[in-house]
Design a protein around this ligand. Sequence first.
Ligand code: AMP
Ligand code: MG
Length: 434
Amino acid sequence: MHNTSPTVQPTLSHVASCLSAYDPNALPVAHAQQIIREFIQPITASENISLHSALGRVLAIDIISPIDVPAHDNSAMDGYAFPSNSLRPDESLTFRIIGTAYAGRAYNGIVAHGECVQIMTGGVMPLGCDTVIPQEFTQQASDTSISIPAGSVKAGDNRRCKGEDLTAGKPALSKGKILRPADLGLLASLGIGEVPVHRRLRVAFFSTGDELRSIGEPLDEGCVYDSNRYTLYGMLTRLGCDIIDMGVVQDDPASLEAALCNACENADAIITSGGVSVGAADYTKQIMAKLGDVSFWKIGMRPGRPLAFGKIASNGKSTYLFGLPGNPVAVMITFYFFARDALLRMMGAEQSPLPLVRAISQTTIRKKAGRTEYQRGILSKDEAGQLQVRITGSQGSGILRSMSEANCIVVLQHEQGNVSAGETVEVVVFEGLV
Ligand code: AMP
Ligand code: MG
């Protein structure tokens, strides 16, 4: 592992003061996202790992291609290679076959005017050749010659040029890239078997609430099973984080303080759920404020209005903190629209906002201007192939079933009012979402 010392960090209030109007009690989504983005510093430690372990990891350096790929001009088809100066417009031609070039076994002679070499896909273009006629366009003229009809091929056809995929000395992949299957293949095509990636982010998380019961415990009156533990587990795992699952912490100041300090000393980021609104037993806020630089926001959004964000410290170690609301749908929405981006930034990943797809709303949607609303939706195609979306019934922030049934989130922007049927809206598709 290589480590460099962290840069000096501005305080949250300093970052927030750069906004034109900052009101923690009515903070637009975009402002909260901006403050978080500016406050978060990426981790710098990296490690070298083999390609097999690198899927989903974040590349720590730019990769410069050490070689040309392909290394030689070669054939894109099974057929016959010949010099294009043999071509005559409007004339069929006959070529004498003087040899064969296989993929991995070149033909070493020189090919002259009127001659050709039988060549396989990937075979190195013999000296003198720049054009390939596919097998199926040719006719066997004799044991040692083929004929090709007039106009069936142009100079340079079916030739892959040296370096056309990747050029030696040029950037092949940029740092910050989350490595996907194609990237692993690309690195392999360069002969690179190990890459430096940012170390995995360690994220500790726990649920708060006296009413929460863990699976296996009896469900006492008025209690609910802790579901946030599992949605958070799923979302963090997909993001590629190392997780520290701390289960349920009671609404009790001493337990909360101990849990936060423990998490702080062992993780890069902490995610809690519950306790950040205004309930009488919501000690979470007090303890978070006591332990560091934490802001408590009421965000102009639905679901997920209350959010705590900042940094806490314990025993000389400091850690980012996301205090998400408790309601099961609010947890997921605030995770996807605030924590996800911040965690990716911490992981050193290049920033790419969640892709928004445009779809026609099949129904009217009630929406209040002045807050961002996230509604669970089902995206489909109509007969004409146009994307359309309908909302999954009740949008209560405790109704996890509608989140499970949804395949997308309809994002109704801050200024937007009611949506009529047939109007275009933007959605974030769940499939492929990390
Ligand atoms: P809070 O934000 O703590 O006021 O919680 C808001 C609502 O979400 C309450 O109805 C809680 O019971 C519920 N809730 C909080 N945490 C969880 C959890 N981990 N699993 C399921 N429901 C929860
Ligand atoms: Mg609570």
